[in-house]
Design a protein. Structure first.
Length: 581
């Protein structure tokens, strides 16, 4: 055992299961022996849980079956006892109605798996959008030493010599196809070239945003979030995670010592500097809440105003750079080093060292991909928070990813009450709409969706596409994919489904966006709004049973992180782990 061990073998949490000379522990030991294990495999060794979100329906994690073996190798090398446990894979590609509906389910499963099993520490294997916050939220609540292993971005896409970015180019080429500018053969070529390897989206979408946030929060090994999934360095990093978690157990380096107000602020600053997904807002709020750390929309907006966007990566970046280019340019360590005193580098990370120590020697190799503070891609951060009579509890926009002319815009609303209604209308070439109209989709929030789906990047109507338009102001209480772009106002709170002001908006009402002053308003007098409010009727609940029913009864609104109210650290009395032995 190394000199830095602070705990003894008798102090291990797993010893409660295996060490006593009693009937219950006899049963635990005999069941391990049933699987061909010897007492030498677990006696005096930290038991390390490997929570694996691998699934044959999650292409982002297609390599995790092999990577779990690499983690186990590292655990063995460090003298630990690895055990792999499957966790629900809330993939973005196939889960309906939205993987966001199941983020909290993954968080609950993670917490309860850790709490109910003889685990001294855990390696969390995730990457696809909701897996990072779900795993981290659950592990923070469980409180045992943890380290996050990011899936890594896929290789850049390619078709006919053109670089393709997942998500972003799907939207772009789909608009061109709807305009009649893309042939069937070209469309199939884009389809086959846009995702060329396992790994999550290689744009700065939600997946890359959340893994960067996890690393900036101190929960990953230095540089881990930038390594492309197929790179040999990803294999080595996985093994290093296995080795490091064993030492973390002996050092008793628990999440509460890493996830602090300062580290959460660091992660928000890094998110802004990378051109993060709007989804970062709802996940950051939920992660901070699990750690009893105060964070709200106004805090994030304040950081957005003072943090320039310096990662020149799609969709907010200018040009064709993707996450592979970011990795070659120096990765997240180089970006954080570039941010300098905007970060608190005294915080502790999973390495046991300070953030500052982990950034020593970090170098930018391409200053067009990772810009200096003196030459940012955009003078402010990725996100802005709006208030007004349409969104008294807040809404979110990504200014760097929208056309400049929509920063301050006024126009008539065109309101849709459902996604099918909107989808049918936008394909009508005779739709009565102008570029000045404001498209609105409601009943798409946490309860209305249900689950807060990624419907917020409303398609540009075909009538406008035919005229050459590719952006317009759009408003919704939905989310949008982190790979999306455009003048989209999202996360309108309270949502329309529970009677928020968006429910009172009518087609033809004038909507005013004043981004400079962070305002979003409908220009309707208060008396008329009161009459509409009195006439509004609450819709029927989406679910009458099962998990969906529980979700509907307990999920909080977008501005509160959409976690379950009963999972707050302040909910009820905390009794700690039950003494079941």
């Amino acid at each position: 055992m190394s000199e830095k061990q602070k705990k003894s073998a008798e102090d291990l949490r797993s010893a409660r299961w295996f060490a006593p000379d009693d009937l219950r522990s006899f049963g635990h030991r005999s069941r391990l022996m049933q699987m061909g294990l010897d007492p030498e495999d677990w006696t005096g060794r930290p038991v390390i849980g490997i929570l694996n979100t691998w699934s044959e329906l999650n292409p982002c994690h297609a390599h995790f079956r092999e990577r779990s073996g690499d983690v186990k190798k590292g655990v063995h090398q460090a003298g630990g006892f690895p055990v792999e446990l499957p966790a629900i894979s809330v993939d973005e590609s196939f889960t309906k109605p939205t993987s966001m509906l199941y983020r909290n389910l993954l968080a609950m499963e993670t917490e309860e798996m850790i709490r109910s099993h003889p685990l001294d520490g855990v390696v969390l294997m995730g990457g696809c959008d909701k897996t990072t916050p779900g795993l981290v939220m659950g592990a923070i609540s469980a409180g045992v030493p943890m380290i996050y292993l990011p899936a890594g971005p896929m290789l850049r896409g390619n078709y006919a010599g053109k670089i393709l970015g997942s998500g972003s180019d799907a939207w772009k080429y789909w608009d061109e196809r709807r305009a009649g500018n893309i042939s069937d053969e070209e469309w199939v070529g884009v389809e086959g070239g846009i995702a060329r390897s396992y790994g999550h989206c290689m744009t700065m979408g939600t997946a890359s945003t959340m893994t960067a946030i996890a690393e900036a929060m101190g929960l990953c090994l230095p540089g881990a979030s930038s390594i492309p999934a197929p790179d040999a360095g990803h294999i080595r990093m996985s093994t290093q995670c296995g080795r490091r978690i064993v030492d973390m157990v002996w050092e008793d380096l628990t999440p509460e010592k890493i996830v602090t107000p300062a580290s959460v602020r660091n992660s928000a600053v890094v998110a802004m500097a990378t051109g993060c997904s709007t989804n970062a807002v709802v996940h950051l709020l939920a992660m901070a809440r699990r750690a009893s750390i105060k964070l709200d929309l106004d805090d994030l907006d304040a950081l957005g105003r003072t943090t320039p966007l310096i990662a020149n990566i799609r969709p907010s970046g200018k040009g064709d750079y993707l996450m592979e280019d970011f990795f070659y340019a120096g990765g997240l360590r180089a970006l954080m080093a570039e941010l300098g005193d905007k970060l608190d580098t005294s915080v502790t990370t999973v390495t046991g060292k300070t953030l500052g120590e982990t950034l020593e020697g970090a170098t930018v190799y391409n200053d067009d991909v990772i810009r200096p503070l003196s030459n940012p891609v955009y003078h402010e951060g990725s996100l802005a928070v709006l208030r007004g009579n349409l969104c008294p509890d807040g809404a979110v926009i990504k200014p760097a990813a929208c056309d400049e002319r929509f920063r301050n815009h006024q126009g008539p609303a065109l309101v849709f009450d459902s996604y099918p209604e909107m989808k049918k209308a936008v394909d009508d070439e005779n739709l009565d709409i102008t570029p000045d109209h404001v498209m609105v989709l409601r009943n798409a929030g946490p309860l209305g969706g249900p689950g807060f789906p990624e419907w917020g990047m409303l398609p540009i109507p075909k009538a406008l596409i035919k005229q050459g338009h590719r952006d317009m102001l759009r408003i919704s209480d939905a989310r949008m994919s982190g790979t999306s772009y455009g003048a989209c106002v999202l996360h309108v709170a309270p949502e329309s489904y529970i009677g928020g002001p968006l429910a009172l908006l009518k087609t033809g009402d004038i909507v005013n966006l004043d981004l400079d002053n962070r305002r979003l308003d409908m220009l309707v007098d208060e008396g008329e709004l009161e009459r509409r409010r009195a006439a509004w009727q609450k819709p029927e609940d989406r679910y009458q049973r099962g998990y969906g029913w529980m979700f509907g009864k307990h999920v909080t609104q977008a501005n509160e992180g959409c976690d379950f109210d009963f999972l707050s650290p302040d909910f009820g009395k905390t009794a700690g782990e039950p003494d079941i032995f």
